[in-house]
Ligand binder design. Structure first.
Ligand code: ADP
Ligand code: MG
Length: 241
């Protein structure tokens, strides 16, 4: 088997006496979208924060392309993990143009800087808005720019935490499809957090079903949907339409 892009073994995070992330293990290949799916409060965001490096686990190993970024006393700082982030409240810089926002994470002197910005603006369909500021854009357009900005430095892994929850229903399906298309074209490994089964069913290659800090079932969307591991898992999927 190919070496996974992201590999996690036995991740544990406790707050006070309470275990919020319990023995979480997973692996994601380049070009694969995995959805961490579960109800509010089950530990999804905490897991993402541990991978991003803004929080530290009590136990466990995290590897990127086989290299440990967290293991024992090894703690690679967040900015050197090759990770792109997209959160619901991870806003664009209001004083920068669309073009400047997308270029923010790229070295000023990088020879392919202009080409990379143009490529991404094209990919997310925002080329003709390059000179605008965020306040001149709709919510969906801002979301597209945020995606381009996160992908610009060619992250090895994209972590996305409920990135579409601020958008209205009518827009959301389209943005999900467009986002998936862009992520696939870039070939990055994606860990997408959501509490909505429909979103996971629509976007995931693999669903990791989480409950009370544990991954209780992992598999292809329709495998999980058709063979839920237990009654609570079945109930969780039952509002799917
Ligand atoms: P989810 O993203 O699945 O909704 P979270 O990972 O945000 O869940 O939270 C999981 C649990 O951990 C919740 O009960 C939350 O209150 C708790 N929690 C998260 N961060 C902290 C913290 N810094 N200190 C104490 N408890 C926390
Ligand atoms: Mg959360």
């Amino acid at each position: 088997m190919m070496q996974p892009r992201l590999e996690i073994q036995g991740l544990v995070r406790r707050f006070g006496g309470r275990e919020v992330v319990s023995d979480v293990s997973l692996s994601i290949a380049a070009g694969q979208v995995s959805c961490l799916l579960g109800p509010s409060g089950c530990g999804k965001s905490t897991t993402l924060r541990l991978i991003a490096g803004v929080d530290m686990p009590d136990e466990g190993v995290i590897r990127v392309d086989g290299q440990p970024i967290v293991e024992g006393t090894t703690r690679v700082p967040p900015e050197r993990r090759g990770i792109g982030l997209m959160f619901q409240d991870f806003a664009l810089f209001p004083h920068l143009t669309v073009e400047q926002n997308v270029g923010f994470g790229l070295a000023k002197a990088a020879p392919d800087r202009r080409a990379r910005i143009a490529e991404l603006l094209e990919r997310v369909g925002m080329s003709r808005h390059a000179a605008k500021h965020p306040h001149e854009l709709s919510g969906g357009e801002q979301q597209r720019v945020a995606l381009a900005r996160a992908l610009a430095p060619r992250p090895r892994i994209m972590l996305m935490d409920e990135p579409f929850s601020g958008l209205d229903d009518r827009l959301r399906d389209d943005i999900r499809d467009e986002t998936l298309e862009v992520l696939k074209a870039e070939g990055t490994a994606v860990l997408l957090v959501t509490h909505e089964p429909t979103e996971a069913m629509r976007m995931a290659d693999e669903i990791l079903l989480m409950r009370d800090g544990r991954i209780v079932q992992a598999g292809a969307p329709y495998t999980i949907y058709n063979n839920p591991v237990d009654l609570p898992a079945a109930a969780f999927f039952s509002d799917l339409n």
